[in-house]
Design a protein around this ligand. Structure first.
Ligand code: MN
Length: 529
């Protein structure tokens, strides 16, 4: 149970589960230490008995306690917490249904998540757990402040309490805060729509994909997808790496699905297809093919003009990603507006598009200036490397502004940023008039323009991937815009997760951009360099 106990730290976790049947993650053995970031998650698990699973990242696993009444901010409440088996880091964002008859059968939501640190800071948390007492601070969406876990006697029973501090709230009850911080859904909603729970293929499903030969019908997540030419090379290798087949691309899109689908679900998706591999020219596709399976979710545009695309694919489940991979839809471009109202985007996007003479350092200067400006405006946002040469800034917004308003706002932001470093930026429309300088392309905020989704691949050797970042990662001297590929992005997700994900659905208003409020000072510009 202790993360430092000899042998495989996840042996107990694995011995209780059948990974051919459950959609819970197997977890990779020997997962490296998770760097500086210590994450925590609390899952509300409606099993034979309701409980909340408190999991703290330490020693390369999630040390776990089952808390029947749930954690509380009430400093006068003592909660029973049963120390249970360590879980793999991949369990961090697990949300979905564990089928009847399996261990832990029931529904699970990500009730809270965030970061934690031991107190005092130099505490070795693994030792502290071994010794039966851990003091720690939580910085989550719901849970904040100092907690103490202490073991009662020699068994697995511990007590969880909240200290009397600034975050304490008398009478606070977890059951009064019932929704998922991951999806906004309740346990009931997750149980009612397990198809939308975006769980990756099981080991058995992946095994069946490997055994499919060059094509055939693959069953994944309850749907059947016809796959063809699975051994065909879609991407040349980068350097000396092996080329990447369509089978590997199907595996990538379906396994990264739980991280990709939150950006695609509920939106039409435009596809950049490369059926002959990315070494050949691709083409854009918007319409649902006539041969598409009946279960595929479609959106019909009631305002489509005659002869224009009227029916679009909405990717809302793992099998759809298998379908898209099979049609070699290498780049997935979701609309920034949702189908409930396709005239009002939920993302404002800043596209830092490097010119021929722009260095990546120039791009980073521009990205950091966006950070300064957005922080001054009090807006949450994250940068994202494109997988090619550029960086984009994704800003979640309330669906109350039309495209013209959103574009005008981003244009004002871009002008404020560009004014600090006029030597790096061109406002010319035509590429050949930009003198090789970067463009801050606010025109992407329109109903007819889209940007590549987080975790989508790009059509280049090695299959690079567009990846959201923490702002501080812009200062990593090793950062490159095409660092991650479909072979390496899973490692990153297991280590640090997706920094953009907690911002999905954040209904931010666009504050007025007045020069006095937004001016990015010379000092800030110096910092940015
Ligand atoms: Mn549980």
């Amino acid at each position: 149970m202790s993360p430092r106990a000899g042998g495989d730290r996840l042996a107990s976790y694995r011995s209780k589960r059948d990974f051919d049947a459950t959609r819970e993650p197997r977890g990779s053995s020997g997962t490296p230490e998770g760097g500086a970031g210590r994450r925590f998650v609390v899952q509300r698990h409606r099993a034979s008995r309701l409980h909340y699973d408190l999991r703290l990242e330490m020693g390369g696993v999630l040390a776990s306690w089952a808390v029947p009444k749930g954690p509380t901010l009430d400093p006068d409440a003592r909660r029973l917490a049963v120390h249970v088996e360590d879980h793999p880091l991949e369990y961090f964002d697990f949300e979905g249904v564990i089928d009847p008859g399996l261990y832990g059968a029931g529904d699970v939501i990500v009730w809270d998540w965030g970061t934690w640190r031991p107190h005092p800071p130099d505490t070795d948390p693994v030792d502290a757990v071994d010794n039966g007492e851990l003091h720690f601070d939580l910085d989550g969406v719901k849970l904040q402040g100092r907690f103490v876990l202490h073991r009662r006697g020699e068994g697995d029973q511990w007590i969880l309490v909240h200290k009397h501090d600034g975050a304490a709230v008398a009478g606070w009850d977890a059951e009064e805060h019932p929704t998922s911080v991951r999806s906004g859904r309740t346990n009931d909603e997750v149980a009612a729509n397990p198809q939308e729970s975006w769980l990756p293929p099981t080991e058995a499903e992946l095994g069946a994909l490997d055994e499919l030969g060059n094509g055939g019908t693959w069953r994944v997540g309850g749907d059947a997808v016809r796959l063809s030419n699975l051994d065909k090379v879609l991407f040349p290798g980068r350097g000396d790496d092996e080329p990447i087949t369509k089978r590997a691309f199907v595996r990538y899109l379906t396994t990264v699905g739980p991280h990709l689908l939150p950006y695609l679900s509920g939106r039409p998706v435009n596809r950049h297809r490369f059926p002959d591999g990315v070494a050949e020219a691709g083409f854009w596709a918007k319409a649902v093919p006539a041969s598409a399976p009946a279960w595929l979710t479609r959106w019909h545009d009631p305002d489509a003009k005659a002869g224009r695309t009227s029916d679009y694919i909405v990717a809302d489940r793992i099998a759809t990603l298998a379908y898209l991979a099979n049609e070699a839809a290498v780049e997935l471009h979701p609309w920034t507006a949702r189908i409930e109202d396709v005239t009002r985007p939920t993302w404002a996007l800043c596209d830092i598009d490097p010119g021929e003479s722009s260095s990546f350092d120039d791009v980073l200067v521009l990205a950091r200036l966006h950070r300064v400006a957005l922080e001054r405006l009090g807006l949450e946002a994250r940068p994202k490397v494109t997988g090619k040469r550029g960086v984009q800034i994704w800003i979640p917004i309330a669906p109350r502004y039309d495209f013209d308003e959103t574009r005008a706002w981003v244009q004002a932001l871009s002008r404020a940023v560009g004014a600090v470093v006029p030597e790096l930026v061109s406002w010319a429309w035509r590429v050949d008039e930009r003198g090789g300088l970067a463009r801050l392309d606010y025109t992407q905020n329109s109903s007819s323009h889209t940007l590549v989704a987080p975790f989508s691949a790009r059509p280049a050797p090695g299959a690079p991937v567009s990846v959201p970042l923490e702002w501080d990662e812009l200062d990593d001297p090793g950062l490159r815009p095409d660092t991650w590929t479909i072979r390496t992005v899973a490692d990153r997700l297991a280590r640090i997760g997706d920094p953009l994900r907690p911002l999905i659905g954040l209904a931010q208003e666009l504050p007025p951009i007045a020069p006095a409020r937004t001016r990015v000072t010379t000092a800030a510009a110096t910092v940015a360099r």
